[in-house]
Write a new protein. Structure first.
Length: 406
């Protein structure tokens, strides 16, 4: 028996006026998901527990069968794992974005760009290396990642301030959030010194000359301590693979002790290597029991507010990931159980995540249940779920259902 979880990140959405009140999932052509849904179970899954932010970290942790209340410490520790960084028990990993902040005449600070113009990895590595050389202390260390996404490892007790994701504050006043750090002497020193260094950094001077946003500051958020969680093998005696372009998912895969497969050309956007990811899943299933395939593109389109891209990303997910994998398993006459779902909604109208329970289909190739007879979309799931009097599934228990452990 093979088990699969196929995730279109952020696919869920709300009714859209220009689609005559339909959602993107209703409008997008998704024949394979519709077929599996009509013949399988269909239910709502509460991937973001009450009291948690609706992040991909929390939601995908639930999909992987980990109760966020027990295991979620923050986003950055998962990224640290994927970068091969192990945290000591007295260390906290912070996500460290390179950002562009504006200081206004009245002293207020505005978030111009959460990504410093999607600065390249080559440029940002020079900046992070300079910060590590000039500003690191026994307590603070900078670790280079990709593009604007880096880590800062802090040794000590949590500074007790609330951090916020910079992409939620585009063009907004972030003065208070920035000033939080200035109340702590060693943090104040770090911030002021780094600001002066970044202002004169050759990479930034060149970017300004080219009309690009410079990395005026680093922005810390998503912090947490090391994750201690049992592997999927320990819990369910299964081996498997994680296929994703995103560091966070790769980190989750490592925590779960899955084989983390790097697919050439997997970019996290609508130009990703769909065929490569599908092939990697089929190859993995040749000798493993479980595969988790994650597609970032619908979420990215949601954040950009692009309706055409979101439709395309969902149609490509269906036609170029779900369809070939299912067809392959059928050709191989392999028994399988597959969940097709999303981690959370990323409504185009909001351009950020929300924590609504997500439509989830569970199909068993042995077709032992009557089947829902439904199309795969939010409305049909909500109505069907209500008619069935299903209690909304608690996110992290979904894997028990998939693996027939309860
Ligand atoms: Zn997500």
């Amino acid at each position: 028996m093979k088990y699969l979880i196929l995730v279109g990140d952020g696919m869920g959405d709300y009714p859209i006026a220009e689609l005559d009140g339909k959602t993107v999932l209703e409008v997008a052509s998704t024949p394979t998901m519709d077929e599996l849904c009509s013949k399988g179970e269909f239910f709502l899954n509460h991937t973001v527990p009450d009291g948690f932010p609706p992040g991909s970290d929390v939601a995908n942790m639930s999909l992987m069968g980990y109760d966020p209340a027990l295991y979620y410490t923050g986003r950055a520790p998962l990224e640290a794992v994927s970068m091969g960084i192990s945290l000591a028990s007295d260390e906290i990993a912070f996500r460290c974005n390179l950002v562009t902040l504006d200081r206004n005449d009245n002293g207020r600070i505005t978030m111009r760009d959460f990504s410093a113009g999607h600065i390249s990895s080559e440029e940002s590595r020079q900046i992070i290396d300079t910060l590590e050389t000039e500003c690191s202390t026994r307590q603070f260390h900078f670790k280079p990642g990709i593009s604007y996404r880096h880590l800062m490892i802090f040794k000590g007790t949590h500074p007790g301030i609330t951090t916020v994701p910079p992409h939620d504050y585009i063009e907004q006043d972030v003065t208070l959030h920035y000033q939080n750090y200035l109340a702590l002497p060693e943090w104040q020193h770090l911030l002021e010194r780094s600001e002066a260094i970044l202002a004169g950094h050759p990479v930034n001077l060149q970017r300004i000359k080219e009309g690009k946003n410079p990395a005026t500051h680093f922005w810390l958020w998503g912090e947490g301590k090391m994750v201690n969680a049992p592997t999927l093998k320990e819990r369910f005696q299964i081996s498997g693979s994680m296929i994703s372009a995103v560091d966070l998912l790769k980190g989750l895969g490592i925590v779960a002790d899955l084989s983390v497969i790097d697919v050439d050309g997997a970019t996290g956007d609508i130009h990703t290597n769909y065929e490569g990811k599908a092939q990697a899943a089929m190859d993995a299933l040749a000798d493993q029991d479980f595969v988790f395939v994650h597609l970032e593109a619908p979420d990215e389109a949601g954040h950009q507010g692009s309706l055409p891209d979101k439709i395309l990303a969902i149609e490509d997910f269906d036609a170029r990931i779900v369809r070939p994998i299912i067809q392959h398993l059928r050709d191989q006459r392999e028994d399988f159980r597959v969940v097709v779902t999303m981690d959370h909604f990323t409504p185009l109208s909001l351009r950020t995540h929300v924590s609504d329970p997500v439509p989830t289909l569970l199909y068993d190739s042995r077709e032992q249940i009557p089947g829902s007879g439904q199309l795969f979309c939010e409305k049909s799931c909500i109505e069907y779920d209500k008619r069935q009097h299903n209690a909304i599934t608690r996110g992290y228990t979904m894997i028990d259902k998939l693996l027939e452990r309860k």
